[in-house]
Ligand binder design. Structure first.
Ligand SMILES: Nc1ncnc2c1ncn2[C@@H]1O[C@H](COP(=O)(O)OP(=O)(O)OP(=O)(O)O)[C@@H](O)[C@H]1O
Length: 220
C-alpha cells in the first residue's frame, strides 16, 4: 500500500513550483518534508491527496494512478484511504466536536459513536463532544482535526504544519498524539513542518527544492 510519486512536477502557467519529485512512502513509515517557505510543500501534500492537480509525472497509490481518476473517484479514494490534517484545521463550524470527528465514518456509512468517544478520550477531548469549534482553544481544535483525520483508520495520514500555531508544550502533545495514533493504526504519516522538533521524530526527513526532494541531514 505504498504511495509513490514519479517525476512529479507542478507549474502555474509556465512557472514551475517544483519538478522531478520522486517519493515513495512505505506502509507505516513517517516522513517529514521540510523546505523554505513558498517552495511548494503544501502544494506537494495537496497533490499526494489528489486535492490539487499536477502538471508532470504521476501519483500512484497501491498501483492505482490517481491521475486517471475523475473527481468522484478521487473523493471516494480519499474517503477510504486518507486522513488529512490541514494547516487551518478546516473543522466545520456548525457541527459539534463529536460530529466533526465522526464525519469521515458517516461519509463511509460506518457511524461508530463508541469509537469516536474512545478517540476523543485518547486525544484529550473527553467531555467536549457537544462543544462547537468556536468554543475551543487552538490546541483543542488541532486535536479535533487530528482525531478526524484518524477516526476511519486510514492507511495514509497527511499533515500540513499541524503544530504551526501552537505553543511548544501543546505542539509536543499534539505531535505525541499524532505519532502514537498513526503508529497504533499502522498508518503512513507524511508531515510538512518547519519545526525541527517535529521533523526529528520522523523515520526520514526530506527537503523539497525547486528541483526535487532529497534526504535532509538530521537536525541536531
Ligand atoms: N493559484 C496560484 N497561482 C500561482 N502561484 C501559486 C498559486 N498557489 C500557490 N502558488 C505559489 O506556489 C508556491 C508554493 O506554495 P506552497 O503554499 O505550496 O508553499 P509552502 O512551501 O507550503 O510554503 P509555506 O512554508 O510558506 O507554507 C508559492 O510560491 C506560491 O506563491
Amino acid at each position: 500500500m505504498s504511495l509513490v510519486t514519479e517525476n512529479l512536477g507542478k507549474l502555474y502557467g509556465d512557472t514551475p513550483v517544483f519538478r522531478h519529485v520522486d517519493l515513495r512512502v512505505e506502509p507505516g513509515e513517517f516522513i517529514a518534508i521540510v523546505g523554505e517557505s513558498g517552495v511548494g510543500k503544501s502544494t506537494l501534500l495537496n497533490c499526494l491527496a489528489a486535492l490539487d492537480d499536477w502538471s508532470e509525472g504521476r501519483v500512484l497509490h497501491n498501483g492505482t494512478d490517481l491521475g486517471t481518476l475523475d473527481e468522484a473517484q478521487r473523493a471516494h479514494w480519499r474517503r477510504a484511504n486518507l486522513g488529512f490534517v490541514f494547516q487551518a484545521f478546516h473543522v466545520l463550524p456548525h457541527l459539534d466536536v463529536a460530529q466533526n470527528i465522526g464525519l469521515p465514518l458517516l461519509l463511509l456509512n460506518r457511524p461508530d459513536p463508541a469509537h469516536v468517544r474512545a478517540l476523543m478520550d485518547a486525544v484529550g477531548l473527553e467531555g467536549l463532544g457537544a462543544r462547537l469549534p468556536a468554543q475551543l482553544s487552538g490546541g483543542q481544535l488541532q486535536r479535533v482535526a487530528i482525531a478526524r483525520a484518524l477516526v476511519h483508520r486510514p492507511a495514509i495520514v497527511l499533515a500540513d504544519e499541524p503544530t504551526g500555531n501552537l505553543d511548544p508544550a501543546t505542539a509536543t502533545r499534539v505531535m505525541d498524539l499524532l505519532c502514537a495514533q498513526t503508529r497504533e493504526h499502522g498508518a503512513s504519516l507524511v508531515l510538512v513542518t518547519h519545526a525541527d522538533a517535529a521533523a526529528r521524530r520522523a523515520d526520514r526527513v526530506l527537503r523539497l527544492t525547486a528541483d526535487g526532494l532529497r534526504a535532509d541531514p538530521a537536525p541536531t
